[in-house]
Each structure stands twice: as structure tokens, then as C-alpha cells.
Design a protein around this ligand. Structure first.
Ligand SMILES: Nc1ncnc2c1ncn2[C@@H]1O[C@H](COP(=O)(O)OP(=O)(O)OP(=O)(O)O)[C@@H](O)[C@H]1O
Ligand SMILES: [Mg+2]
Length: 353
């Protein structure tokens, strides 16, 4: 549904007198595909290029090179008039809602239809069910200033849906909202995705958002897509250092500070591995710790543990020290890996230190 091929964007900053003062390479050769009906998240640090990326999808920002195709139509090859038509199939919502303050809720949602030349009677017919869909049927004649942040975002969602788009772009749509309101807006987006089959591309710097509604996630760093995975896989085993940092930050699952200070990269003759284990599916309910003791002769000291629910999967996470002779702990690691656990050795601590 959304395809970016080899998309780069370089901002050119003009100096005094109109000469080029500086160029900012904000996106570098992005290849990216979101199939119809999916919710795809893009996560990255501030300045990574997230907004630039999402704005390239509806050509609010024109890529310097590369092609953008939405719903089978290559937007980068269209005339201005044809592009305006094509944009009706792409809705967008923003962090700060961007509502018109001098228009009522109803009139805000009606605006795109007015611009499309839809007749008044039909506007009436189309706006009312949209307000019902977002739970604001009773607020039709109120003004944005009379609404809470969550309600404003609901109006913006209804407005974005007015032209019956196939794609919804969300630029940090919940970043200005408190956690509870965020959850309700995300639930609404999930609902819309299911009911209308709408494809959603959302950018965020919050893992919570990715965890609660995305099917797939891309990680962007310094204008490059560095990692992409199904959400369950990403939370189990991110493949890049940045991915691991995002995850650890979110899970707050780190070995105790005193232990971190003692961690050594290479095993010594008398040291124990400290591991991060991630397991999902059947492995969650396996009595793992007692088996390691029984089958490998290794004692497990659990330093931290957590169970997370991601999409329909249960994910278990644990930081543990494996205690036993070197050959036994090696066997234990192999045992864990053969049982569909993701194992990361964080380091080694000297025994009896
Ligand atoms: N209109 C612009 N002109 C020049 N440079 C820009 C422009 N917009 C963005 N940039 C630069 O491009 C880079 C990417 O910015 P972008 O806004 O896409 O990042 P972001 O990931 O959305 O960040 P944030 O999380 O802070 O919103 C940054 O270095 C930014 O300063
Ligand atoms: Mg941004």
C-alpha cells in the first residue's frame, strides 16, 4: 500500500544573499514497504528523520531522489492536480491536532469535504457517522477550545477520515497526551484499522506506542533505516545496538548497577556468565530454572524478571547469573538456545568477587 524506493531527502539551507549555506541529509536511501491493512511504526531519536519520512509519503516534503507509491499510484510522478486528488486517499494527523479554532467540531470534520466540492446534504450524511465513530456525536457544535487534548485528536482523526482515505499517517499523534488518553486514542486507531481496513503508518519516539498497536516496526537513525522487524520479534531480540537501547530503556531491565561495574567482556577461569533471556510462546510456561539445575547442573540466580504482553504474545524477560563450572554454564547456554530462547550474554562476573 505504501512503497518508498530509494528515497533520499536533503534540506538545503540558504545563506545570506541566497547562496547555499548548508545542506542537511535528513533521509538516506530509504526502501520501505507497508502492505495494506497493517499498522507500521517508525521509531527513532529526535532529529533522526521520522517527520521527514512521513511527510515524504504524502509529498508534503518532496524527496530529493527516489519514488513514493501509495495504493499503486506513483505520487512522485504526478502533476499537481493529480497529486491533490491522490492525497484524498491519504489522511494525516499531527501531534498538535492542527484544528481550525474558529470552526465547530462538525465544521472542522466537514472542511476536507467542502474543499472536495461535496454537496451540503452529503456532507451532513458523512460527518455525523464519523463523529459517532470517534465518540464525539454530542460535541458537534462545540469549538476546539472547549475540548480536551484527547477529544481534539478525535476530531482530527474524524477529519482525516472524511475523504475516505486508504492510508492514515500519524506524526507523534499521542505525544502531547497523558498516558490514559494516549491509550484511548491508540485503541481508537486500532479499531479504525480493524473496522475500515485502513493502513496506518505512525511515527513515534515511544516504545509503548509501538508495543500497543503496531504490527511491524522500523528503526530510523540519522536518516537511515537501521532495523525492521515484526513487533514481537523486535521486543524479543532487537538486532542493533540502538534497538537494544530503546528496548532496555522501555523495559527498564538492566542488571543491578553494582553488578554492571563488575561485568567483564571476556570470561575468566573462575567467572559466571550474566545473561539476558527472552522467551515467548510455550517457553514462558516451561519450568526453566529448575530444569537448568537438574539437566545441566547449573544454578540460576535471577537478578530481574518481567512478563510483557505484546500483541497476542506473552514475552518473558529475565536477567540471570548462571552459576557453575565453565563447561556446565556453556552447556546451559546451548540448552537455552535449543529451547527457542533468545540468549544474550551481557558479560561475566568473577566468582566470589
Ligand atoms: N524544513 C527543514 N529545513 C531544514 N532542515 C530540516 C527541516 N526539517 C527537518 N530538518 C532537519 O532534518 C533532520 C531530521 O528532522 P526530522 O524533523 O525529520 O526529525 P524527527 O525524527 O521527526 O525529530 P523529532 O523526534 O524531534 O520530531 C534534522 O536534522 C532536522 O534539523
Ligand atoms: Mg518529528
Amino acid at each position: 500500500m505504501i512503497e518508498l524506493h530509494d528515497v533520499s531527502k536533503t534540506y538545503v539551507l540558504k545563506g545570506r544573499g541566497g547562496g547555499i549555506a548548508r545542506t542537511v541529509p535528513a533521509l538516506k536511501k530509504i526502501d520501505f514497504h507497508v502492505p495494506a491493512g497493517r499498522i507500521h511504526g517508525v521509531i527513532g531519536l529526535s532529529g533522526a528523520g521520522k517527520s521527514t519520512l512521513i511527510r515524504c509519503v504524502n509529498l508534503l516534503e518532496r524527496p530529493t531522489t527516489g519514488t513514493v507509491t501509495v495504493d499503486g499510484q506513483e505520487l512522485t510522478g504526478l502533476s499537481r492536480a493529480a497529486l491533490n486528488q491522490a492525497r484524498h486517499r491519504i489522511g494525516m494527523i499531527f501531534q498538535h491536532f492542527n484544528l481550525l479554532t474558529n470552526r465547530t467540531v462538525f465544521a472542522n470534520v466537514a472542511l476536507p469535504l467542502e474543499l472536495m466540492g461535496v454537496k451540503r446534504a452529503e456532507i451532513q450524511e458523512r460527518v455525523t457517522p464519523l463523529l459517532e465513530l470517534v465518540g464525539l456525536a454530542d460535541k458537534a457544535s462545540q469549538y476546539p477550545a472547549q475540548l480536551s487534548g484527547g477529544q481534539k485528536q478525535r476530531v482530527a482523526i474524524a477529519r482525516a477520515l472524511a475523504s475516505r482515505p486508504k492510508v492514515l499517517l500519524c506524526d507523534e499523534a499521542t505525544s502531547a497526551l497523558d498516558p490514559q488518553t494516549t491509550a484511548s486514542i491508540l485503541a481508537l486507531l486500532r479499531d479504525i484499522n480493524r473496522k475500515l481496513g485502513l493502513t496506518i503508518l505512525l511515527i513515534t519516539h515511544e516504545m509503548e506506542v509501538v508495543k500497543s498497536i503496531c504490527h511491524r516496526v522500523s528503526l530510523i537513525s540519522d536518516g537511515e533505516l537501521v532495523e525492521e522487524a515484526e513487533v514481537g520479534d523486535f521486543f524479543t531480540a532487537p538486532r542493533t545496538q540502538l534497538g537494544r537501547e530503546f528496548l532496555n530503556d522501555f523495559l527498564k531491565l538492566e542488571p543491578p548497577r553494582a553488578l554492571i561495574e563488575r561485568l567483564e567482556e571476556t570470561p575468566g577461569t573462575h567467572s559466571h556468565p550474566v545473561v539476558r533471556l527472552a522467551f515467548s510462546g510455550d517457553a514462558v510456561s516451561t519450568p526453566l530454572v529448575s530444569r537448568l539445575a537438574r539437566e545441566c547442573g547449573v544454578d540460576v540466580s535471577i537478578l530481574q524478571a518481567k512478563v510483557e504482553s505484546i500483541q497476542e504474545r506473552t514475552l518473558g524477560l529475565m536477567i540471570a547469573e548462571l552459576m557453575g563450572p565453565a563447561e556446565k554454564t556453556r552447556e546451559a547456554l546451548a540448552y537455552l538456545e535449543s529451547h527457542d530462547l533468545h540468549v544474550e550474554v551481557l558479560g561475566h562476573v568473577q566468582r566470589d568477587a
